[in-house]
Design a protein around this ligand. Structure first.
Ligand SMILES: Nc1ncnc2c1ncn2[C@@H]1O[C@H](COP(=O)(O)OP(=O)(O)O)[C@@H](O)[C@H]1O
Ligand SMILES: [Mg+2]
Length: 218
């Protein structure tokens, strides 16, 4: 089982939104079964899941202390992918969650505040030795800010080419427990999510391969 953690010190960066959407995209791409884990005490992801009608992805309740053991149990239960949402902070609890990750996705809005703050999240993830990519979220169409954000983030690491735009359907679809893929399967937001998942999956496979080769060389 692969474990993807969504992390970003900034609140409102889009962690919870992307956790739900990536999970649905992975299921749709045949990369499930997917289980979501809500490690944010605010419980936004769980609240979304609780009003959701569809059976997949699953949601596994846990505490941060129990997370490592829970992940072992979920892998044994046959889940292919676990996606973990985290609170917006830099705390020991988040470091612990990141240590359980195979791969970290760092959502970042293309704003000066968010870009200045991203260094601390990157330090935390790199400190744990985890591979990561940035996803630019809530981008306005044709904004120069987006181009500048991609350039700035590229200095720290890989940026997903699938930019997530600012659209009301991302928030609107989640009101009744759905995602953009489920409210408009053929829409631009759904295409973005499919593309983002494809990229994250490929990057994760790359880093898994590199890690295995590294272990083999030792
Ligand atoms: N791509 C997007 N377009 C429009 N609104 C978005 C988008 N992503 C997130 N939002 C909205 O922005 C707010 C913060 O997103 P959220 O996923 O809760 O961030 P976080 O979990 O990082 O705090 C929410 O109100 C959410 O509905
Ligand atoms: Mg959140």
């Amino acid at each position: 089982m692969h474990v993807i953690v969504l992390a970003s010190q900034k609140g409102g960066a889009g962690k919870t939104t992307l956790a739900a959407h990536i999970a649905v995209a992975a299921e749709a791409a045949g990369d499930g079964p997917v289980v979501l884990i809500d490690a944010d005490p605010q419980g936004s992801l769980s609240a979304w899941w609780n009003v959701r009608e569809a059976q997949v992805p699953a949601l596994a309740p846990t505490t941060i202390a129990e997370l490592p053991a829970k992940l072992v149990a979920l892998a044994e239960a046959g889940y292919a992918l676990a996606i973990v949402d985290t609170p917006p902070a830099i705390t020991e609890a988040i470091s612990a969650v990141v240590r359980s990750a195979d791969f970290v996705l760092i959502p970042t809005r293309p704003s000066p505040h968010d870009l200045r703050a991203v260094g601390r999240t990157v330090e935390l993830v790199q400190g744990a030795g985890k591979p990561f990519v940035f996803a630019v979220t809530q981008a306005k169409p044709n904004a120069r800010l987006t181009v500048q954000a991609v350039a700035a983030l590229s200095e720290h690491g890989v940026v997903a080419p699938a930019i997530v735009h600012d659209r009301v359907d991302y928030a609107g679809s989640m009101i009744d427990g759905r995602t953009v893929q489920e409210t408009d399967q053929k829409g631009r937001s759904a295409a973005e999510m499919a593309e983002l998942w494809k990229f994250v999956k490929a990057q994760m496979a790359k880093s898994t391969k590199a890690r295995k080769e590294g272990e083999g060389a030792r």
